[in-house]
Design a protein around this ligand. Structure first.
Ligand code: SF4
Length: 383
């Protein structure tokens, strides 16, 4: 099958499939660039069921980009709490401020303008440009990589520079095929668009929906697939091998010992300002160690603990079982050491803030701390 015919077959059959398989989503058909942006940032690396309530909450709290820009960052982070990848929330807030203050509240209307915003990469820029303005930019996300690598039998690793380039060019070419009448370059054998009423947003939505619901990672629905006849992976029995990735994910394990220092009704928390995971979230005084500890000896012998608590006459109240949180590149194993100190205890560290325990829910914490709260290891009724 000639290259152009294969491309045309793909685009026509994809759109045909999509006409009968729309996935209803609250943000579908949305043309407001701010809301498209919000949904795309929230949904990156997040399951739809998990992201949906966050999208609704953000939309209700900040109906416009200016509302988001005017919100304190702590408030936006609190709303984001539990979604992970907190740099996305920080970038979202920073870009909203830029739009509100530098661009007079007007969302950029070109691909380049959108791409220049903080936290927006090629994928998100193409998604906003196409969904909000119907500009002809093809999206390439995990679903698109999978569908294209299988149908076209592409074995270039999708996490390589070369792979990223090849897949982006292919996706754009497929979109261009349908984009004839609205600015695409013409191919001699198709002087007019082979697909009437084509829209870039419809194409992008179709390929992402197809990957998410039909050409799925583990069990693609090949027997009922309209692409089957010319799909290389199906014909060569390679669906399990495509797409190809080079890098294996290696997770670094980190052991966190959190000190929950109870002073009457208060505990001490701190904002994470250092360049590390969970920047701008809150946590407790933290001692990071190489190994896991669960005995009192650890605290009495630890130099940092000694410097922090000194002769204050602290008491160990309880030690939690280790809690785990998996991040993309790190595994966090956290133990929570609950201590009691006297009413006259004064913290040695300037950035520790004393907060009444009942007010802890006003702050955004990492998931591992939320897990700890949920399991009620924190002795709220002790005093
Ligand atoms: S035939 Fe199977 S592998 Fe090929 S595109 Fe269809 S669902 Fe995906």
């Amino acid at each position: 099958m000639a290259t152009t015919n294969r491309h045309l077959f793909f685009t026509i059959n994809l759109l045909d499939w999509h006409s009968g398989h729309h996935r209803p989503m609250p943000w579908k058909g949305e043309r407001n660039p701010y809301l498209v942006w919000l949904s795309e940032i929230i949904l990156q690396q997040t399951r739809v069921e998990q992201g949906l309530p966050y999208f609704e909450r953000f939309k209700a709290a900040y109906p416009t980009v200016t509302d988001l820009a005017n919100a304190p960052e702590d408030e936006a982070m609190k709303l984001w709490e539990g979604l992970g990848y907190y740099s996305r929330a920080r970038n979202l807030h920073a870009a909203a401020k830029h739009i509100a203050h530098e661009l007079n509240g007007s969302f950029p209307t070109t691909y380049e303008g959108i791409r220049s915003l903080k936290g927006i990469g090629d994928y998100t820029a193409a998604a906003i440009a196409s969904f909000a303005y119907d500009l002809p930019y093809a999206v390439v996300d995990g679903n698109v990589y999978r569908v294209l690598s299988r149908f076209f039998g592409m074995e270039t690793p999708i996490d390589s520079t070369m792979g990223k380039k090849e897949f982006a060019v292919l996706a754009q070419g497929l979109l261009e095929i349908g984009n004839w009448g609205i600015g695409g370059e013409t191919i001699p054998q198709f002087p007019i668009s082979p697909i009437p009423n084509f829209s870039p947003s419809g194409f992008n939505q179709a390929i992402m929906d197809f990957g998410a619901t039909h050409c799925t990672p583990a069990t693609p629905k090949c027997p009922t697939c309209p692409m089957q006849e010319h799909c290389v992976a199906f014909l060569e029995k390679k669906t399990g091998e495509l797409p190809v990735k080079t890098k294996k994910l290696v997770r670094r394990q980190r052991i966190f010992n959190y000190l929950i220092i109870n002073r009457l009704r208060e505990v001490f928390i701190k904002k994470r300002t250092e360049k590390d995971i969970w920047q701008n979230l809150y946590d407790f005084p933290l001692i990071e160690t190489e190994a896991l500890h669960d005995d009192r000896q650890f605290l009495t012998k630890n130099k940092t603990c000694e410097a922090w608590l000194g002769e204050s006459g602290w008491q160990l109240l309880r030690v939690s079982p280790p809690q785990r949180q998996e991040l993309t590149h790190q595994r966090i194993v956290a133990t929570f050491w609950e201590l009691g100190v006297g009413a006259d205890f004064l913290p040695k560290e300037e950035n520790w803030v004393a907060v009444e325990r009942r007010k802890l829910s006003n702050f955004a914490f990492p998931k591992v701390i939320d897990l700890y709260f949920q399991q009620k290891f924190l002795p709220l009724e002790l005093f």
